[in-house]
Ligand binder design. Structure first.
Ligand code: ATP
Ligand code: MG
Length: 365
């Protein structure tokens, strides 16, 4: 156990940050990251992700609260002893050094011997598929290539903690996916604790042990990817992660694990009360496109169904994507697996849709 009384390798304890002494860009942040964990900070632009990384790296100080690394306050550990590998949003390589020298530098600082250095540099370059570029200078590389070198440089000395701020932003889709796989593999194999920042929710969901969804300087939800997607705790998270249908209404009946919501057009639906507490509460209900059912035989007998008009049918190969008009909105999407027993809907058709109450979450309005 670390001296701060927790098992966490990294801990943010009631951290606040203001740059101008007035507005808080990070508000009362509490976060514990386990050794070897891959944690992603995901959120819209300006939500405070980079600020959190900069404080963790020790480049910015918290206005209030404390950040500890292995139980020690981060500001008490001298920068060269922190053992943190970093890839920043603006991946500044040393312009006067070659690629190989850039990678060798963090090893020299740590007094790694020459032959060992060469082997590690070689391996790191291969990892980012830049094995032939050791002799070039950063100015002779494309943006994406520079980004890969920055990544290699952060990992070459096998740090205990790696901070990455949008490290794959400049890469094309295919390279991006390869690198996502390489990074998570490497992190897990070497037991590196990783704090990763991205805008890209697919990246967050596929790479992480846990995801912290940021908005407005706060963590809105911190959970493993499947929990985040299937059990969003508020409307922001439901709408930010994955595709989501929203309907608006008022709670008209409520029990422990089930409620009825009367939509604004008078129709009644089944939902799970997540962020509502009483009859009369206004709510935004959230339902995933793949959890909507239009085949009555697949619905429970007592399930409420509501009326929908098919507006558009899109054949996507593995799935059908159908857009409906529901409760006065014409952006309701359903996704159905292309299976032999699944009927294709036709524009103009009128259908009844429903779902299991546990798949429809009554959240804050
Ligand atoms: N050095 C600074 N001085 C003053 N304000 C800053 C500074 N750095 C960031 N901010 C402000 O703090 C807020 C959070 O910024 P931050 O860079 O942490 O956001 P972010 O979540 O990383 O966004 P993005 O996804 O665009 O990179 C923003 O409103 C930003 O304008
Ligand atoms: Mg940022």
């Amino acid at each position: 156990m670390a001296s701060n009384g927790t098992d966490a390798f990294v801990a943010f304890d009631r951290v606040q940050k203001s740059y101008d002494g007035e507005t808080l860009v990070v508000k009362d942040l509490n976060l514990e990251i386990g050794k070897g964990e891959f944690l992603t900070m995901l959120g819209p632009s300006g939500s405070g992700k980079t600020t959190c990384l900069m404080m963790l790296a020790g480049f910015e100080t918290a206005t209030h609260g404390e950040i500890t690394l292995d139980g020690q306050p981060i500001n008490n550990i001298p920068p060269h002893k922190r053992g943190i590998g970093m890839v920043f949003q603006n991946y500044a390589l040393f312009p006067h050094m070659t690629v190989a020298e850039n990678l060798s530098f963090p090893l020299e600082v740590r007094k790694v011997g020459k032959s060992d250095r060469e082997a590690k540099v070689h391996r790191a370059l291969d990892m980012v598929q830049m094995g032939d570029f050791g002799g070039r200078r950063p100015a002779q590389l494309s943006g994406g290539q520079q980004q890969r070198i920055a990544l290699a440089r952060a990992l070459v000395f096998e740090p205990e903690l790696v901070l990455m701020d949008e490290p794959l932003g400049a890469l094309d889709k295919q390279l991006r996916e390869t690198m996502q796989f390489e990074i998570t593999n490497l992190a897990h194999n070497l037991g590196i604790t990783t704090v990763y920042v991205t805008h890209d929710q697919t990246e967050a969901l596929t790479m992480s042990d846990r995801v912290a969804v940021f908005d407005d300087g706060r963590i809105q939800q911190l959970a493993p990817p499947d929990t985040l997607y299937e059990e969003p705790q508020n409307s922001f998270v439901a709408q930010f992660i994955g595709e989501n249908n929203t309907l608006e209404g008022v709670v008209s009946k409520i029990a422990d694990d089930r409620c009825e919501v009367t939509l604004d057009d008078g129709e009644v639906i089944d939902a799970m009360p997540v962020n509502v507490s009483a009859v009369g509460d206004r709510t935004l209900v959230s339902i995933r496109p793949e959890r909507v059912e239009y085949n009555k035989e697949r619905l429970a007998e007592d399930a409420h169904t509501i009326h929908a008009e098919v507006l558009e049918f899109i054949y996507m190969g593995d799935i059908y994507r159908t857009r409906l008009r529901v409760a006065g909105r014409d952006d309701f999407i359903i996704k159905t697996r292309n299976a032999p027993d699944q009927r294709r809907l036709r524009p103009g058709e009128h259908i009844e849709i429903g779902w299991r109450p546990q798949d429809c979450r009554a959240l804050d309005a």
